[in-house]
Design a protein around this ligand. Structure first.
Ligand SMILES: [Zn+2]
Length: 332
């Protein structure tokens, strides 16, 4: 089965081709996206709906007890997973495995079960436009990091306003305010990593990711222009802050171990400049700090590479990839 065939099964409109092909539209009246993987043998169906962990468990139990669906269809919470990183709303994911199966009966049976469950739990789709709040909506779009029902006209207006705002910012905003915000943000972002090193004596890559994120959001918060300059600064300053974190960590340890000497930061730095001492005692920790800074940059990469220009382009993509759903109808 191809990815295209897998999408066709859902009745959703296909966006993109080959490996990037996804289906988007309404399923059971809910904004939905279908993402086929493994040559179409696996289908992730994302439904935008208020769904609690308890409800997810209950529905999973029903799927397990179903003779036809057990072991093939399950429900998961995609938030935080790679394929739903863009997503900030409420959604649940139906995972379907068509291996050795006739896909159509499996899909239909799974959908029937999900529909019954949603009805019983009184989980209903939104019936108003996510932008203007008026009832109705004719399109499904990835609006503000969630799948939403919107009016196309509202989406077009939103896109125009956003791109004008970003254009204005590109013309008027400078780098100075961003730089100040970035410098402060990096220091704030380093506190958790320093805390982990000092209190539990441990490098944690995820915490090092807070350094580039702190720099980036500090820059953005202070109204600095976001461009390639921001990304380069974020990378370089992350390495500087990571090294500084390592120095401060050593300084805290020295103060604790040898309170009678009252070491200063300057004296602590001297240890790093003593090549023999550095090689023997400090090199591994320093290299680890730099290594974890790079891991942190990698984790934060999707965020820190975003610029005002790419944000403007993203609004165009949101509009282009909005799918018409012909009023607000529920697919049967
Ligand atoms: Zn609207």
């Amino acid at each position: 089965m191809t990815r295209e065939e897998s999408i066709r099964l859902t009745g959703l409109e296909q966006i993109g081709t080959e490996k990037n092909a996804v289906g988007r539209g309404l399923v059971l009246g809910f904004p939905a996206e279908a993402v086929p993987t493994k040559h179409g043998l696996h289908l992730y169906l994302f439904l935008e709906a208020e769904f609690s962990g308890k409800q997810r468990k209950a529905l999973n139990q029903q799927l397990k007890e179903d003779e036809m669906l057990k072991g093939k269809v399950s429900i998961s919470n995609p938030i935080g997973e790679e394929d739903a990183v863009w997503h900030m709303g409420n959604m649940f994911r139906v995972d379907m495995n068509f291996k050795n199966e006739e896909p159509k009966p499996t899909y239909d049976a799974a959908l029937r079960l999900v529909e019954t469950f949603l009805t019983e739990e009184a989980i209903r789709p939104a019936t108003s436009c996510a932008i203007c709040g008026q009832s109705g909506g004719d399109s499904v779009a990835r609006y503000e990091n969630r799948l939403a029902l919107v009016h196309r006209a509202c989406l077009q207006q939103w896109q125009r306003e956003q791109s004008q705002k970003l254009e204005l910012k590109q013309q008027n905003a400078g780098y100075f305010r961003g730089l100040i915000g970035g410098l402060i943000g990096g220091l704030v972002g380093a506190v958790p990593a320093l805390g982990a090193m000092y209190f539990i004596n441990f490098f944690v890559g995820v915490l090092f990711a807070l350094i580039p994120l702190g720099i980036y959001f500090g820059w953005k918060l202070f109204g600095g222009k976001l461009s390639i300059v921001t990304t380069v600064f974020t990378i370089l300053y992350t390495l500087v802050v990571a090294l500084a974190t390592e120095v401060v960590h050593l300084w805290l340890i020295l103060r604790e171990e040898f309170p009678e000497f009252q070491f200063t930061i300057r004296e602590t730095l001297d240890f790093y400049l003593d090549f023999e001492f550095f090689r023997e005692y400090l090199m591994i920790d320093t290299l680890m700090a730099l290594g974890f800074a790079i891991v942190g940059i990698w984790i934060a990469w999707r965020q820190i590479r975003q610029t005002d220009a790419s944000a403007a382009q993203d609004t165009v993509t949101v509009l282009e990839e909005a799918v018409s759903v012909g009023g607000h109808t529920v697919r049967d």
